[in-house]
Design a protein. Sequence first.
Length: 202
Amino acid sequence: MEPVALPLGRPREERADAARNRAHLIEVAREMVAELGADKVTMDGLAERAGLGKGTVFRRFRTRAGIFHTLLDEEEKLFQQRVLAGPPPLGPGAPPAERLVAFGRARLEFLVDHIVLARASLDPGQPVPASDSPSLFHVQMLLSEACPDEAASGSLALQLVAALEGPVLLYLRTQDGDAPDLGAVVHDLITSWQVLVERVCG
């Protein structure tokens, strides 16, 4: 019989003052990104504007990239709700391959809408483990339903996630005088994603 891990008790709840500070810092950081741009947001500047000590900000975010990671995580939670409980084909109820196409479309649109946060949340001094991608589990699940033999190793899901998120985060620039039309580029990426999924799952 397999041993059963016993719970170690309820996790300690966040103190009320810590929760207030967290909510306040997130709101101030969001305002600063909108007003100044992500490149102008610093740990010291956030602490000063929020009226909190630098130690509080460092304990909360650890690194400058942690500020943007937290902001992006708040948006990710809303996106995941659409994936888990929204209407099909993005949400449950459609065939897995159709859901995978819809997921890619929605994910690309999400990343472009939040491209400043997504890029700023990457810490250049730290590796990015593949398992950290919020898309990986969902893509693997849908592939396992659509084409279980091909999906068994997990490497196919990893390659698809790289093809889905990599071009947006690594190659696309934010809109400026020399940047391509993001709408047109995203449309092409969505079309390519659908072709890729249909070839893999066909």
